[in-house]
Design a protein around this ligand. Structure first.
Ligand code: UT7
Length: 324
């Protein structure tokens, strides 16, 4: 028995924020952003649009593609670090709105690795006999972005992607997942305030403690090494070669990170799925968003070897190898 991908879906909000728009907000330039990150534009929610609003669109599309009804779903795992509210989980809000009355539901918090972490948990449940798991990555990064900090505000975007997993034949679907964490580096990327350590207050707001802080340059170097390690671990564990990978879907953080990883791996650039030029870094939504695009554009074909690899706050890093 294996965990197979029955359907995928995604959604991005309509509002586009271009690099030219950012030039009017902070001291930056389109040339700097494109050269240093590869990002040209990103999507942002309208006021009042929350994580669950993006998640439901992506989830409904994935259910239609999978030909599975909401009441068939046994478990909903929503990867996010920008849920609608601290309590309850956004997955529960989604469960209600979808009418997935039989489903258990919880959020998974592993930042940019959240979707791969959630896939790994879903895989374990399905291999244990569960029938249908809905896995979503949905983020409203704009809600935790300091729009006056040019070091971070040029990077992030909002969006959601979803997959429905069900039981499939041996040697198809998820072949392996590998998950890692190193909490010693927790302050590389973090939001210091708004949690139990520094509860929401006037002070937290005034000192911008409720927004993402990142040591970009140091994170960059670790990201390249960790992504390379995650990929090599996946191929070695399955006895396949890097060259056997048909489609590589990395977390979309920075074009230069992706190019450096590719170079180290010796993987042909055309095998790499890239959409960060249009959506920026959407954290846990980044991989399922790119995955859905690859499926819809028929870039992924049945039988293809598809590799997912992510890196993010925690620090965390992870990979999943899939026979589509
Ligand atoms: O998804 C989670 C994982 N996150 C990541 O993987 C992010 C990893 N890091 C990065 O993507 C890159 O480090 C950044 C894109 C964030 C920054 O690029 P960098 O090449 O590492 O630049 P830097 O931080 O070393 O800064 C170089 C210069 C600095 O100026 P000085 O000190 O040399 O005068 C910055 O102040 O670029 C300046 N700078 C900017 N200039 C124009 C930083 N941000 C901007 C900006 N526009 N938006």
């Amino acid at each position: 028995m294996s965990s197979d991908f029955l359907g995928t879906g995604s959604y991005v909000p309509k509002r586009v924020l271009t690099n030219a728009d950012l030039e009017r907000m902070v001291e930056t330039s389109d040339a700097w952003i494109v050269e240093r990150t590869g990002i040209r534009e990103r999507r942002l929610v309208e006021s009042g649009q929350a994580c669950s609003d993006l998640a439901i669109e992506a989830a409904q599309r994935a259910l239609v593609a999978a030909k599975v009804t909401a009441t068939d779903i046994d478990l909903i795992l929503l990867a996010t670090c920008t849920g609608d509210t601290p309590l309850p989980s956004t997955a529960c809000l989604l469960q209600h709105r979808l009418g997935a009355t039989r489903a258990a539901a919880c959020d998974i918090s592993a930042a940019c690795c959240g979707f791969v972490y959630a896939l790994s948990i879903a895989d374990a449940y399905i291999k244990n006999g569960m029938r249908y798991v809905l896995v979503i990555g949905s983020e409203v990064m704009s809600a935790i972005t300091d729009w006056s900090d040019r070091n971070t505000c040029v990077l992030f975007g909002d969006g959601a992607g979803a997959v429905v997993l069900g039981q499939g034949p041996q040697h198809s679907g998820i072949l392996s997942t590998h998950l890692h964490a190193n909490g010693r580096l927790s302050e590389m990327i973090y939001v210091p305030g708004g949690g139990s350590k520094e509860p929401a207050s006037k002070d937290v707001l005034e000192n911008k403690r409720c927004f993402v802080k990142m040591k970009g340059n140091e994170t960059f170097k670790i990201a390249v090494k960790s992504m390379e390690e995650a990929v090599k671990e996946a191929v070695e564990a399955n006895g396949v070669a890097i060259q056997d990978i048909d489609v590589f879907i990395p977390h979309q953080a920075n074009m230069r990170i992706l190019k450096a990883v590719n170079q180290r791996l010796g993987l042909a650039q055309e095998k790499v799925m890239i959409n960060l030029d249009r959506f920026g870094n959407t954290s846990a939504a980044s991989i399922p968003l790119a995955l859905d695009e690859a499926v819809l554009s028929q870039r992924i074909q049945k039988g293809n070897l598809v590799l997912l690899a992510a890196f993010g706050a925690g620090l965390t890093w992870a990979s999943a190898l899939i026979r589509w």
